[in-house]
Design a protein around this ligand. Structure first.
Ligand code: PEP
Ligand code: MG
Length: 752
């Protein structure tokens, strides 16, 4: 069909007049569809707008379809041909729409007679705004040229339509309700993956400032003092059981994790305060609430991370007591098989939740490379992070489908959504063949030898690392046993943990990273005043150099445990040669003290450093000469190079591994290591991201240390890479000074 495309493009340029002439925003969209349908000679032209919070693509203007359908025809992203065009951000052109299996029929819309179909997504960058659809009753009516033209039109109109959409949502009450999230209307919330996996369960909401609403509803029934005493006993038993279970499973970090709560039950003042109220005639549930509330307030009034953490313990104990009183212990605990929605959590909470068999976590703060995410990955708790506080207002026991592969949270999902996920999960679980596909050694397509090592966060990760044939441990994060304890672990306690690690690796290399606390890894028992910028404060090696006694106890424990191991020690967050040499000197002193004590130790461990700060770039050659090896911690390297807090969801879109300075910085570090014949590995999250592996191989990285579940993928990617080609691509990539240019080549960042 012949159309006057030149005229159409001109008219689009005059759209601003159209905007002024239109009476209202609906009318503006209507005018657009009339104009386009006229120029395209199409019997139908429609605009659908997409509302991402409700995941709805809604018909907003049409010429040719039933006008009653406007506002009533809705589909999800991916649903129907229009939904699919928007989901995949590509035009869909059909000679006869019904022949496409994705075609969806909407009764009453009046599109029966229209066979030719062309849908073009309206997008701005990667932001989905809506879809423009033209239809004709004549079959095979739209051609390649029409696709091009409609694409050109939608790209010119995208901004205007987006503004219209925004204004409409302000003006129309109905639309406003969809945009301003109301808990009951939340359907799909998108977040970022902290720890992958899947869960379909009831939600339990953990607010920092209140006890569970569920418990509050049940205050009417009368209970006795002896009911309360039984509840105390039941709670104590449960906590002891959790403690035992977690000690068996997570030997390295479990030490006395439930102690604070057990202690509270044994605290006469706390228990007597409740008993007194009961004896004065207050119903036990109310008495528990009152006393717990007072304690929570007392803890929260003190600006100290340690006490803040304890206030959650008090709330937990209150909820558990109420549960055991009201539910007579039937439910066991609040979290089993549930999805916890929380404003914030501490690493010890993750351990507690894991021992209570929580199904998943939705966290309203923190980043995907935060240490809570790292811990959740090791504990196999699916976790999604999203800055959507409305989730805290969901009614109790709301059903949630947590897709922590994609980062999607479905609230009260329809049966077909949950069925699809169940099937996907079954397939995922059946992937037992994965172990057979992993390789003990790895070569690139053109024969370069590369090594895939494991990042170990908890000792529990080691078994999988061995099964997946990791060639050693490239990073053992020693801080977790420190974080979850109630005091600094002694040299002996550390030795026992480290020895277990060494023994389980049967001779493979092990890289211990010395204590890396601070930032988002607070030691609840070490309070040295509030820091305005903890990531720039008393962190990591700075802490160790300030507390040389703690540092040297750790070094002694490592040197002793690694006595006969292939041992490497590295320091985190080194900012200068001076710091590195000072830390190295303490290793030497620790060796000396062990000799004096006649304790066997590893006398020639390799000593390296993590490259995480921009300040080392200018002295990288000097560091390469002084160190035995480098390990690049890209998580922090990106954070500090770009001044983007890795735990702050609000700036997550600025946390860009492909920023040209990051890529060039990495090349510079690797070049220095190669020049001085020192090993260099990558142990941050970039090491497992498929978009960067070829780049990293291309700049000369041969050692990749990754969380265990990424090992098979990284092995496969390495085997599939041709280093000569990768080098060529690197040369090209490194000439690009703009983020956008690199993004176009390498693609935006993936979900974890
Ligand atoms: C890093 O910063 O990349 C790293 C591996 O260390 P962590 O994530 O423990 O800070
Ligand atoms: Mg780091």
């Amino acid at each position: 069909m012949k159309r006057d495309h030149t005229k159409l493009i001109c008219d689009i340029g005059e759209l601003s007049d159209l905007f002024i002439d239109s009476v209202g925003l609906d009318n503006f969209l209507q005018n657009i569809v009339f104009m386009i349908s006229e120029h395209m000679n199409s019997e139908v032209c429609s605009i659908y707008l997409y509302y991402e919070w409700t995941d709805e693509l809604v018909l907003k203007a049409t010429k040719g379809l039933n006008p009653e359908s406007i506002g009533n025809v809705k589909m999800r992203l991916g649903e129907g041909l229009s939904g699919l065009a928007l989901k995949e951000i590509r035009p869909i052109c059909e000679g006869n729409a019904r022949n496409n299996p994705n075609f969806k029929y909407f009764p009453g819309i009046g599109e029966e007679q229209f066979e030719s179909f062309l849908a073009v997504p309206i997008v701005r960058g990667r932001t989905r705004i809506g879809v423009m659809v033209v239809q004709n009753s004549k079959r095979n009516c739209f051609e390649e040229e029409d696709i091009k033209v409609l694409r050109a039109i939608t790209s010119q109109l995208a901004n205007t339509i987006e503004t219209t959409k925004l204004l409409m949502s302000f003006n129309e009450t109905a639309a406003k309700q969809r945009i301003v999230l109301k808990p009951r209307e939340l359907k799909l919330v998108q977040g970022r993956v902290g720890a992958s996996g899947f869960a379909f369960a009831e939600a339990v909401i953990v607010k920092t400032d209140s006890l569970s609403a569920l418990s509050l509803q049940q205050l009417q029934t009368q209970y006795s003092l002896s009911d309360f005493q039984q509840a105390i006993q039941a709670t104590e038993k449960q906590l002891e059981l959790f403690q035992k279970e977690i000690e068996d499973r997570l030997f390295d970090v479990a030490s006395l994790i439930f102690t604070a709560q057990i202690l509270m039950l044994k605290d006469k003042v706390f228990v007597d305060a409740i008993v007194d109220l009961i004896q004065s005639g207050v119903n036990p549930p109310q008495a528990i609430l009152e006393v717990v509330h007072k304690y929570v307030l007392m803890f929260q009034l003190i600006p100290n991370a340690y006490l803040k953490e304890k206030s959650q313990d008090v709330k937990d104990i209150g909820n558990r007591l109420l549960q055991n009183l009201i539910g007579h212990g039937e439910k066991g605990n609040d979290y089993e098989g549930r999805i916890v929605i929380a404003e914030e959590l501490f690493p010890s909470d993750a351990l507690k939740l894991s021992s209570q068999k929580v199904a998943g976590i939705i966290l309203l703060s923190g980043g995907t490379s935060s240490h809570l995410s790292i811990l959740s990955r090791s504990l196999n708790i699916p976790m999604v992070i999203t800055d959507t506080p409305q989730l805290l207002d969901l009614p109790p026991a709301t059903k949630i489908l947590l897709d922590a592969e994609q980062g999607n949270i479905y609230i009260n999902p329809t049966p077909d959504v949950s069925d699809t996920f169940r099937q996907r999960e079954d397939t995922r679980k059946n992937l037992s063949s994965i172990k057979d596909s992993v390789m003990p050694t790895t070569h690139t397509q053109d024969g370069a030898r590369a090594y895939v090592l494991a990042n170990i966060n908890l000792l529990g990760d080691v078994k999988a690392a061995r099964e997946l044939k990791a060639e050693g441990i490239g990073l053992y994060r020693t801080e977790f046993p420190f974080i979850v304890r109630s005091d600094f672990p002694t040299e002996e306690e550390q030795f026992v943990i480290y020895k277990k690690l060494v023994d389980s690796m049967s001779g493979h290399e092990i890289t211990f990273r010395t204590l890396d606390i601070g930032g988002d890894k607070v030691l609840s028992y070490y309070y040295h005043g509030k820091e305005e910028n903890p990531f720039l404060g008393m962190r990591s090696i700075r802490f160790s150099l300030k507390h040389k006694d703690i540092f040297s106890q750790q070094l002694r424990a490592i040197l002793r445990a690694g006595h006969q191991a292939d041992l490497k020690i590295m320091f985190p967050m080194i900012s200068s040669l001076d710091e590195f040499l000072e830390a190295k000197e303490i290793v030497r002193e620790s060796m000396f003290s062990l000799s004096k004590d006649k304790i066997p130790y590893h006398a020639s461990a390799q000593i390296g450093l993590m490259i995480e700060l921009p300040s080392v770039l200018e002295i990288i050659e000097d560091l390469a000469q002084a160190a035995d090896f480098f390990s690049i911690g890209t998580n922090d390297f990106i954070q500090y190079m770009l001044a983007v807090d890795r735990t702050n969801e609000k700036v997550a879109d600025l946390y860009l591994p492909y920023h040209p300075s990051i890529l060039r910085g990495l090349k510079r570090i690797v070049d220095a290591a190669i020049t001085f014949k020192k090993e260099v590995s990558i142990c941050g999250d970039m090491a497992h991201d498929e978009k960067y592996i070829a780049f990293l191989l291309g700049i000369g990285v041969r050692r990749f240390s990754v969380d265990v579940h990424h090992i098979p993928k990284v092995q496969r990617l390495i085997v599939g890479t041709d280093v000569r080609l990768a080098k060529k691509n690197v040369e090209f990539l490194l000439t690009k000074p703009k983020i956008k240019e690199i993004a176009d080549i390498i693609g935006p960042r993936d979900q974890r």
